[in-house]
Design a protein around this ligand. Sequence first.
Ligand code: ZN
Length: 132
Amino acid sequence: MIKKIDHIGIAVNSLEESLKFYEGALGLKVENIEEVSEQKVKVCFLNIGGVHFELLEPTSPDSTVAKSIEKRGEGIHHIAVLVENIDEAIKTMKEKEIKLIDEIPRKGAGGSKMAFVHPKSTHGILLELYEK
Ligand code: ZN
């Protein structure tokens, strides 16, 4: 069901500030920057050997990413795994009584579909099921 780790989501206060490190110092290449209005974030994907860092900057104080930064500061927000078929993946999770944050896939960056699995079921990480 899972093909690979697709990206690691990192909550940041400012894309511009964080790119000074990720692009400027690490030399990673920005693949795209876009606003995902449904999640009230601006995201920036950086390629790191076929996997990505996804920098997430909240665009509104009531965005879940803003709340995460408020509670825990900047840092790793989620880990995303690539799935072939997100509807199938969600169905499997539900059959196994795994707690999901999104039972219906949401729209992600670049026309992708995504759903979060609750950290209570993953032993502490926010896991994103991600279909390109
Ligand atoms: Zn993500």
